[in-house]
Ligand binder design. Structure first.
Ligand code: NAD
Ligand code: GLY
Length: 374
């Protein structure tokens, strides 16, 4: 399979996303060009290291970069903490790095987010390359330069905008990704159809989703390329999220609340929480008279058909506390002057931001969802 290239246009900080099955094996020379022939430092997690680190090292060796050091972090959301960030920075410094050293994030969104953040602060800024290995990171987190860690106050509340120099999407790495993780990433693929591209949503809902989830190479390449193209377009127009970039957070304000309430302990995956959050955002759009009721019904039916959760009860049998969930939502980064900005929709393919939504309407959506009335 050949390489498809999507460009993120950000002036002097523009970069390519290389997409294709087997891309890691092909990317060695391109990476060596960026490192200037100097050895990079790979950061990965224990699961990914066991499966995909040898392939990356072989590709780098083929381009003259031998014995590249790798720092292996524990897998999972619990790694996005100050404690792990500190340890990672110390471990990178212990290798005797210089300003010209490039970090490579090999893994899912957790590794991309913490490695990118470490790169942004080490020696006041190192270059880094993203090699995302989950569907979620291939279609979303590796692109756009948002990096960071979680705190007890909420998700991704400490971080920096730091764009990678290159993103290498090897869709073949998804062969080893557990099905539950593939599905969670798929929720972010659907997001692009819902915010910008109704034809893409229709395509997904009429067979393409099953082909993608089953691992058909062409379906993977197309879904990743369409998603990255839409994300690149949005980020290129609004890097710092002053306007349309916020649309990429469809379903995330609700979703983050479920993740926070579960303490980021891995019982709920980010994409699963986003799937339920998306249904709630669509429900809120209907209740505000913005969107025909058929649209959330179509999305809910599609999520159910592929096996994604659609209600808080699907995420956990635990009692959800409505006040606690609303409390987490008000600590979201999208709060301004104490008011949450919601991403709402007038129908599939058209999302917009809206401030000043009546809090009683929001409470009703959350309360009904928690009570299983949606
Ligand atoms: P993750 O990084 O935790 O990876 C999920 C699991 O899959 C981990 O156990 C990992 O070890 C394993 N894994 C990764 N690749 C594998 C492979 N190819 N084969 C087998 N196992 C593999 O989770 P994720 O879903 O990739 O990312 C979620 C994170 O991304 C969250 O922290 C979220 O906040 C963040 N995120 C960031 C952005 C952004 O713009 N920066 C956007 C969306 C999400
Ligand atoms: N995932 C949201 C963003 O990149 O802006």
């Amino acid at each position: 399979m050949t390489t498809e290239t999507v460009r993120v246009e950000l002036g002097a900080r523009s970069y390519d996303i290389l997409i294709g099955a087997g891309e890691t094996a092909r990317a060695g020379a391109r990476i060596a060009e960026i490192t200037g022939g100097r050895p990079p430092v790979i950061v990965t997690d224990a699961n990914v290291a066991a499966i995909h680190l040898p392939g990356l090292r072989a590709s780098l060796a083929g381009a003259g970069l031998s014995d590249v050091p790798a720092i292996v972090l524990p897998a999972g959301e619990g790694t996005k903490t100050f404690a792990h960030l500190e340890r990672l920075c110390e471990d990178v410094l212990a290798l005797g790095v210089e300003r010209s050293t490039v970090l490579i994030a090999l893994g899912g969104g957790v590794i991309g987010d913490i490695t990118g953040f470490a790169a942004s602060i080490l020696l006041r800024g190192l270059d880094f390359i993203q090699i995302p290995t989950t569907l979620l990171s291939q279609v979303d987190s590796s692109v756009g330069g948002k990096t960071g860690i979680n705190t007890a106050w909420g998700k991704n509340l400490v971080g920096a905008f730091h764009q990678p120099r290159l993103v290498v999407v090897d869709t073949g790495t998804l062969d080893t990704l557990p099905k539950r993780e593939v599905l969670a990433g798929y929720a972010e693929v659907v997001k692009y159809g819902l915010i910008r591209d109704p034809a893409f949503f229709d395509e997904l809902a009429t067979g393409e989703a099953e082909r993608l989830i089953a691992g058909e190479p062409e379906a993977r390449r197309r879904a990743v390329a369409v998603s990255c193209r839409i994300k690149a377009e949005i980020v290129g127009a609004d890097e710092r999220e002053n306007a349309d970039r916020a649309l990429l957070n469809l379903g995330h304000t609700f979703g983050h609340a479920f993740e926070a309430a579960m303490g980021y302990d891995g019982r709920v995956l980010h994409g699963e929480a986003v799937a339920v959050g998306t249904i709630l955002a669509l429900d809120l759009s209907v209740r505000l008279g913005l969107c025909p009721a058929d649209d959330p019904a179509r999305v809910r039916a599609h999520f159910r058909a592929v096996g994604l959760p659609t209600t808080p009860g699907d995420l956990s049998n635990a009692e959800w506390d409505v006040d606690e969930l609303l409390g987490h939502m008000t600590r979201d980064k999208k709060v301004k002057d104490g008011r949450i900005t919601f991403i709402l929709t007038r129908g599939v393919g058209t999302a917009h931001t809206q401030r000043g939504v009546d809090p009683a309407r929001v409470r009703a959506v959350v309360a009904d969802a928690v009570a299983g009335r949606v």
